[in-house]
Design a protein around this ligand. Structure first.
Ligand code: URA
Length: 263
């Protein structure tokens, strides 16, 4: 296959096909050329008397959110949840993604970070926060003694995202997509059972608190599934607006103080 085509992701290929259809390419290419000007040798036979069309087959309506609730409920471990999500066939984001981005870090960690969605690099590697914003996220948490590579659960970090599949062209997810995938996120939190949640960026706040407006929400403890949750500005935003790092540092100190209160 042509190298450029090989690199192309699902959504680019989809757009290219749509464009070709727009140009009139409606028939697939066949092995042998077709002479469309040739007059048929024999007159076409009169069409047989139309048979009574078969009754349309009733396909049951699928409610993707109800399917997600049922799948999430079936999962009794993180591995089982990952398998359920891999098998979930109702979300279009999955069709365009290379990998399910489930988690990174130690599920025994006291702190679970919930980001937004995988980007291109996360999609390639199947791990959350591996790009530039991930490097900043790591530095931020290392500053309060937490890291995803730590052996000890007390200094470990567990990381996931609101959406497990990268949206095409980094677009924002729709409300339907967030609602459809929320049961998996809730079950993920239940199964990992962290002491403290950190919601980075707007989407996790939208999914878990039903609110957006991270600049107002940040720094104020909220509650999710009976545990404290701290909304924070997303590291991608801090890369663009470093003047907000001072507030992010205050939020990290809040989290550290909360953890000290637990031990
Ligand atoms: N931003 C996120 O919110 N999550 C990722 O995994 C990467 C970037």
């Amino acid at each position: 296959m042509n190298a450029a085509l090989d690199q192309m992701d699902y959504w680019d290929a989809h757009a290219l096909l749509e464009w070709q259809i727009e140009l009139g390419a409606s028939d697939p290419i066949s092995e042998a050329p077709i002479n469309r000007f040739e007059v048929p040798k024999s007159a076409p036979k009169p069409a047989a008397k139309a048979a009574t069309p078969p009754a349309p087959v009733e396909t049951p309506e699928v409610d993707p959110q109800a399917e997600a609730v049922a799948a999430a409920k079936r999962a009794d471990s993180l591995d089982a949840l990952r398998a359920e999500m891999n098998a979930f066939a109702h979300c279009d984001l999955k069709k365009g993604a290379r990998n399910l981005v489930f988690c990174d870090g130690d599920p025994r960690a006291r702190v679970m970070v919930v980001g937004e969605a995988p980007g291109r690099e996360e999609d390639r590697q199947g791990k959350p926060f591996v790009g530039r914003s991930g490097q900043l996220l790591d530095k931020m948490f290392e500053a309060i003694g937490l890291s995803r590579g730590a052996d000890d659960p007390a200094s470990a970090l567990y990381i996931t995202n609101t959406l497990p599949w990268a949206p095409p062209q980094n677009r924002d997810p729709s409300n339907e997509e967030v609602a459809m995938l929320k049961p998996f996120l809730l079950r993920h939190i239940e199964l990992a059972d962290p002491k403290v949640l950190v919601l980075v960026g707007n989407w996790s706040c939208h999914a878990l608190l039903g609110k957006t407006g991270i600049t107002k929400l940040r720094g104020n403890w909220a509650e999710v599934l009976g545990r404290p949750a701290m909304p924070m500005t997303h590291p991608a935003y801090l890369l663009r607006r470093p003047e907000f790092k001072r507030e992010a540092w205050a939020d990290l100190l809040e989290i550290q103080a909360r953890l000290r209160g637990l031990s």
